[in-house]
Structures are given as structure tokens and as C-alpha cells.
Design a protein around this ligand. Structure first.
Ligand SMILES: NC(=O)c1ccc[n+]([C@@H]2O[C@H](COP(=O)([O-])OP(=O)(O)OC[C@H]3O[C@@H](n4cnc5c(N)ncnc54)[C@H](O)[C@@H]3O)[C@@H](O)[C@H]2O)c1
Length: 502
């Protein structure tokens, strides 16, 4: 293994239809087309480099190597943890012995290991970004410089500055005709695609309300007990390995987990919310010292007044639900039933989602969307068709982040204000070093700052000035509607009296 520490010191439904393209029977435009052999690098093989060799990274690399349209090879791996890289390498070698081409010299450890992995690729190959989201823009910037295609996991940003940076970088990616996939795999689900078309065709009327649930027990690394410095000697590494616990690294469990359900609800609405209000709290956190709330409740509002309610909870002994449902003027629909896959999507001719009211149900069994998102990306590369999911990924990530920020500050937050806000969780993330300090430090009691809604209204947690490079921003106040004037209020009653008289 190349263990060089590469780091130097170590509107209405129809209106929407005019502006968006429907999915052809829920299928990718590229599906079923016989693909010409036009790989940019002059070879039939498409090579990938994995940056972030954890659970999802290993899964994504495996999905990529499972592609049948074209031979895909993994040629380089990068991580900040040698142990994680080794585990991933062994698992992938066992599963894809014929497609693994990662030599010892192509395994890189460190904060700039990503550069070496990307340097192993040729134009037209694919870099896979599956680190915590904090590093997304850093890695994307370099991949664009090098002219390689990208698959990046969700979320892709957690605050305004990183959202804007990604959009600006993406303009460069588009100029270079790079293909960029974003890991919101449910967007590639064929059954949900058919549901979207049915909803846009008016099968259940105009959508007025959507409900998204991600309610479960403790999940991922979102619950963290104090670090034992004898075991976990490096605070930064420990925070990165427990990234769901630290807002700078992941946007917390909220951004990392709730995004899928928020995204698929917005997809069905074919729009993005303009504002959100939310609440949440730490009611059962015990000795855990991470920065998450254990329950969140958000009310998103769309420009036509429609609502999306999100319930997010991580608590033992409570009702579990992992689903998205939508309600229209003529009926309702299930977008996802119990997880990401299978969706078991269906439409109903009533608000009651019961068997006797079913209009349509998605064909079973459903193909795995984690495979489909790779089939679609590779098909676009092979056919050299435009393929870029970054703008949608940014909108989805910002919509999610503003819900989190609304709960954490107790303020109403508008989409436009949030994406233009200067608040950045980790401005120096591109300069982190293996032995350097972590972006957030614990207090004398070993506790990290947590959100204090209503007390801290302009940032998501308290930061010591010396440890706090983040500017404070006043979040926009809630839009106040003009109150009805007294005469207007009295009008209906007065009319009633007159009617009675008549
Ligand atoms: N689409 C999905 O359904 C889905 C599912 C799981 C995870 N994800 C996303 O994938 C990403 C990773 O999640 P995971 O569950 O695999 O986490 P993980 O902790 O298992 O893996 C993350 C890996 O990245 C490495 N890493 C961290 N910072 C790095 C850096 N700067 N350079 C190189 N390597 C670095 C870590 O050491 C670790 O091996 C997250 O953004 C998460 O939201 C998506």
C-alpha cells in the first residue's frame, strides 16, 4: 500500500411541466439505446477511483463494477484511514476479482490522497466521492481541473457558501462536458419515475400536501459518547469517522438521512419549497455528546402554498416509519413505503390509502436504484450525452439544510436567504492536516456545542471566537402577511346578517 501521508504535514402542475422534462415511462432516455463506443480516453474500459472507502464508497464502487454495458475497473483508492481502505479493498476484491485493478501503489492515505487517486484516471473516467459531505467541493474542484467525470454521494453541500461554490464549479464541469452523477438514487427508480409521470398527468390532481418520515432508532454515527484519548488518539480522525455527530462534517444526521425523503417529495411536487419552519430537541440524549437533536419536525411551504411535512426522529422504543406519501386534490400516492427500495409506489383515488382505492401500483420486483444510477451514468458517458445532476443535488441539499437550520435556530428560513447566506460550517476544510486540529473542539466537560433554538438565532451552535471562523448572519425574519383590516374581518358577518334579513 502506498502509505505516503500525502498531506504536507501529515406553480401549478402544468406550469411546472412546461419547464421540466417528463421521464419517458419512468425510464432513462438512454435505456435501451444501443451504445456507440466513444469513450473519451480511447479505450473501451471505463476506470474509476474511489475516494472515501467506507460503507457507501464500497457499495458505489461495487455498483460501478457490476455494470454490464461496458467493462468498468477500479484502479485507485483513497482514504484518510488505512484501516477503512484495507477493509474496502478486501471486500471489493472478493466480490469483483476480475474488475479490481488496484495495485499497492494505487492506494493513497491522507487528506490529499484524493489528488493521487484522481491523477490515476484518464479523461472520461469516473472519480467516486463518498467521503462525508464536507469534502465534496474540494474533491469536485480537482476532478474538474483534471477533466474526469464524477459520481458524488448525497448530500453535496450543507450551507450557502458550499452550495454556491458547487454551482460555480459546476459551470466549469459543464463547459468541459463532464458527466456528474449525484447519489440521490431514488431519482433513478423506474417505478417512482412512472409515479412522477402519473402525478404530472393529473392522476391524483394537484399536490397540496406531502408527508415524509424518517423515524427510527439511533442511526449511523449520529450518537457519540465522549472520546477516549487512549483509544482514539487523533481528535480530527475521530470526528471524521463519526461524521454524523458533527455538523461541520455532515450537516448532522438531519442532512445525511432526511435528504432522500425530502428530495422524492419535492420531485413529485416538481418544485422546491420557498421557506420552512421547524422545531426539534434533545429529549433523550443521555451521555451522548454529539450535536444532533433526536427529533425534528419541519413544515416546508411551496410557492403555491402547498406543504411538505417532515418528521425525523432517532429514538429507541418509538414508532418507526421510513416513508413518503403525497396528497392531491383527486387522490393520494405512496412514493416510498418502507425504505428506499423497493418503493412499492402506488396511487389512490382517495385520501385513504387502502387497497379498495388503488388506481395504479408499480410493477414488482423493482430493479435496485443503486445499480440504476450507475447504469444511467455509464450510459451517458458511453453515448457522450449531457448528464449533470449537480444543480438538482444542490437544491435538494439546500432544501434539506434549511430545514435543519430552521429547527436548530427556531427561525423561519427562506430558500433564497439560506443559499445566499455567508454561514459556512467548515471554511478551512481544504486545509485540514492529519495531525492538525479539528474544526470544532469540546468544552472542559468534553461536550460539544449544541443548537439552542430561540437563543442562538443566527448560527446553529455557539462558537468560541478563536475557534470560530464562521461569520454570524442574521437569518431573515418570517414573512409577515398583512393582517386583515377590521372592516374586512367584519364583512362576512355583516353579509350574513343582511342575508338573514332577506
Ligand atoms: N445514497 C445513499 O443511500 C447513501 C447511503 C449511505 C451513505 N451515503 C453517503 O455516502 C457518504 C459516506 O457515507 P458512509 O456511510 O459510507 O460513511 P463511512 O464512514 O462508512 O465512509 C466514509 C469514508 O470516507 C473516508 N474519509 C473521510 N474523509 C476523507 C477525506 N477527506 N479523504 C478521503 N477519505 C475520507 C473515511 O475514512 C471513511 O472510510 C456520505 O455522504 C453519506 O451521506 C449515501
Amino acid at each position: 500500500m502506498n502509505t505516503i501521508i500525502t498531506d504536507p504535514s501529515a406553480a401549478s402542475r402544468r406550469e411546472f411541466l412546461k419547464t421540466t422534462t417528463k421521464t419517458a415511462a419512468g425510464l432513462s432516455v438512454l435505456s435501451g439505446i444501443s451504445l456507440p463506443h466513444v469513450h473519451a480516453a480511447g479505450s473501451d474500459e471505463i476506470r474509476t477511483a474511489l475516494i472515501g472507502c467506507g460503507g457507501r464508497g464500497t457499495g458505489a464502487a461495487s455498483n460501478a463494477m457490476g455494470i454490464q454495458q461496458r467493462v468498468t475497473r477500479l484502479v485507485a483508492m483513497a482514504d484518510v484511514s488505512e484501516k477503512r481502505l484495507k477493509g474496502s479493498f478486501e471486500a471489493l476484491t472478493a466480490k469483483h476479482p476480475d474488475r479490481m485493478s488496484v495495485s499497492e501503489d494505487s492506494k493513497f492515505i491522507g487528506f490529499d490522497a484524493y489528488k493521487h487517486a484522481i491523477d490515476s484516471l484518464r479523461k472520461g473516467d469516473v472519480a467516486i466521492f463518498t467521503t462525508p459531505v464536507a469534502f465534496r467541493w474540494v474533491h469536485f474542484k480537482y476532478a474538474i481541473e483534471k477533466g474526469v467525470n464524477v459520481f458524488m454521494e448525497k448530500p453535496i453541500c450543507t450551507d450557502g457558501p458550499t452550495a454556491r461554490r458547487l454551482l460555480a464549479l459546476n459551470e466549469e464541469a459543464k463547459k468541459k462536458n463532464l458527466k456528474v452523477g449525484v447519489g440521490l438514487m431514488c431519482r433513478h427508480c423506474r417505478v417512482r419515475g412512472e409515479l412522477f409521470n402519473r402525478i404530472q398527468d393529473g392522476e391524483i390532481g394537484d399536490l397540496l400536501m406531502m408527508r415524509a418520515y424518517r423515524m427510527q432508532g439511533p442511526i449511523g454515527s449520529a450518537f457519540t459518547l465522549p472520546r477516549d484519548p487512549k483509544v482514539d488518539t487523533n481528535e480530527l480522525q475521530w470526528q471524521i469517522q463519526r461524521f454524523h455527530s458533527f455538523l461541520w462534517a455532515s450537516g448532522g444526521g438531519f442532512s445525511d438521512f432526511n435528504i432522500h425523503n425530502i428530495d422524492e417529495a419535492c420531485w413529485m411536487k416538481n418544485d422546491w419549497p420557498v421557506e420552512v419552519q421547524a422545531s426539534g430537541g434533545r429529549s433523550d440524549r443521555g451521555d451522548y455528546i454529539d450535536q444532533n437533536f433526536d427529533h425534528y419536525s419541519c413544515e416546508y411551504t411551496f410557492k403555491d402554498g402547498a406543504k411538505l411535512f417532515l418528521e425525523g426522529r432517532t429514538a429507541i422504543g418509538t414508532h418507526n416509519q421510513f416513508a413518503t406519501q403525497v396528497h392531491g386534490t383527486k387522490g393520494s400516492a405512496i412514493v416510498s413505503t418502507a425504505g428506499h427500495f423497493p418503493s412499492k409506489a402506488m396511487t389512490f383515488n382517495s385520501q385513504k390509502m387502502q387497497r379498495s382505492n388503488i388506481i395504479w401500483r408499480g410493477k414488482q420486483p423493482e430493479p435496485n436504484p443503486y445499480d440504476l444510477e450507475w447504469q444511467d451514468l455509464i450510459a451517458a458517458i458511453v453515448a457522450d450525452k449531457p448528464y449533470n445532476e449537480v444543480e438538482r443535488g444542490v437544491k435538494s441539499s439546500v432544501t434539506t439544510a434549511m430545514g435543519r437550520a430552521a429547527a436548530h435556530t427556531g427561525q423561519v428560513i427562506r430558500y433564497d436567504d439560506y443559499i445566499n447566506s455567508p454561514f459556512e460550517f467548515s471554511p478551512g476544510v481544504d486545509k485540514l492536516t492529519m495531525d492538525g486540529p479539528a474544526p470544532i473542539i469540546a468544552d472542559a466537560n468534553g461536550k460539544y456545542p449544541v443548537p439552542q433554538p430561540g437563543i442562538l438565532k443566527d448560527r446553529e451552535y455557539a462558537m468560541e471566537p478563536q475557534a470560530n471562523p464562521f461569520p454570524l448572519i442574521p437569518m431573515a425574519p418570517a414573512p409577515v402577511e398583512e393582517p386583515l383590516s377590521p372592516p374586512e374581518r367584519q364583512k362576512p358577518a355583516a353579509k350574513k346578517k343582511e342575508a338573514k334579513k332577506a
